[in-house]
Design a protein around this ligand. Structure first.
Ligand code: SAH
Length: 358
């Protein structure tokens, strides 16, 4: 047991079982031992590598996506460009560099980065030292201010938000909790009493043993973003690995040094994430008065935005890197790699033209 696991065990002994959501929040965000307390969490040397760390083209295309969506809505000024969970700051750096083709977009722009980890915020501040627009950092959604058109990017952010899991039993849906077992180790157990759950009928009838996941944090955030976009304009783009329209299934996973790890084994030393239920988020967005697009495969999305042409141009200017660029594009787009599992999902005002790529 590591130090964080021992602290969790003491908390459980004093206050009772932890929900998976509380366990995840401690494992990821504990300020001493949480996974994101270290800036080396993401990247080639970290636990996992993300699309913006694979190729600069990813962030560039997302920056151009924002510029085009902004133009489609009449180039409103001022406007806000927000990134949720910016990691090492690479995506925003690449997006702003690409946005130089639209000085009018940059001129009236406030950039806001929402980051919970002080270590990663420091890395982002270094990357964005010379950002071409006013830039500020916040740690929570309500510090962003929702009175301007909102252009929002979030890559592999929703999967890091805590989920709750419920298992179908003969008593109904019982929440999966983290307890301390007889040997003193952290273990999973079901809450004795069922939770009344509003599982939508289109999801079919659950067999005993079926697992159902919800992410109240993701739903709350998408609701707030959708309301702001419906009221003031803008566009949100979420890219993440996700479900094809079903909240059933146990998708919680731990990854340490690019390999699967036990969820309860070494909390804080591995990344914890869960697949995003885009169908549920689409309903949240429409109920909040906005329009949802997707989710579509990341490969299809990046191809529609012109990743191949951009790759060819980049390779012509850097012939020595041509093979590396081609390999990175393959990794981002092919179905064997990230092209199908990762999906793009967008939210726009009801009457706005459809966003690029959808
Ligand atoms: N978007 C980046 C990083 C993905 S990892 C990339 O693609 O490389 C998830 C990021 O979200 C990290 O920066 C993490 O610190 C941040 N994060 C996770 N939960 C958060 C929360 N509740 N509030 C703010 N940031 C959070």
């Amino acid at each position: 047991m590591n130090r964080l696991a021992r602290r969790m065990a003491r908390a459980i002994e004093m206050d009772g079982p932890l929900s998976i959501a509380s366990f995840t929040t401690m494992a990821l965000h504990d300020c001493e031992d949480g996974f994101y307390a270290s800036r080396e969490s993401i990247g080639a040397r970290g636990a996992f590598i993300t699309a913006p760390e694979i190729s600069q083209i990813f962030g560039e295309l997302l920056g151009l996506w924002c510029v085009q969506s902004w133009r489609d809505q009449g180039s409103p000024t001022p406007a806000r460009l927000v990134e949720l969970g910016p990691g090492r700051g690479t995506l925003m750096k690449d997006a702003l560099r690409a946005a130089h083709i639209a000085p009018d977009f940059l001129a009236g722009l406030e950039v806001v980065l929402m980051e919970a980890s002080p270590a990663l915020e420091a890395a982002q501040r270094e990357q964005l030292r010379d950002a071409p627009a006013t830039t500020r950092w916040v740690s929570q959604w309500d510090q962003i201010a929702g009175d301007w058109p909102l252009f929002l990017l979030a890559n592999e952010f929703l999967d890091a938000l805590p989920i709750r899991q419920f298992v179908m039993t003969e008593r109904g849906w019982c929440e999966r909790m983290v307890i301390v077992d007889a040997t003193g180790d952290l273990a999973f157990a079901l809450a004795p009493a069922p939770t009344p759950l509003d599982v939508r009928a289109e999801r079919g009838t659950a067999e005993p043993g079926a697992v159902y996941e919800i992410s109240p944090a993701s739903q709350g955030l998408v609701e707030e973003a959708s309301r702001a976009i419906a009221a003031y304009g803008g566009a949100a783009l979420f890219i993440d690995y996700g479900h094809e329209g079903c909240g059933y299934g146990d998708t919680l996973q731990a990854v340490s040094r690019h390999k699967q790890a036990g969820i309860l084994d070494t909390p804080g030393e591995s990344d914890l994430s869960a697949h995003v239920d885009f169908a549920a988020l689409g309903s949240v967005a429409s109920n909040a008065g906005a329009r949802a697009y997707g989710a579509i495969g990341q490969g299809e999305f990046l191809r529609a935005l012109g990743i191949d042409t951009r790759g060819t141009n980049l390779a012509e200017r850097n012939p020595g890197s041509a093979d590396g660029i081609a390999a990175a594009i393959d990794r981002l787009t092919s179905k064997r790699e990230m092209g199908a599992l990762f999906k793009a999902f967008a939210i726009l005002p009801g009457g706005a033209p459809p966003p690029p790529g959808f």
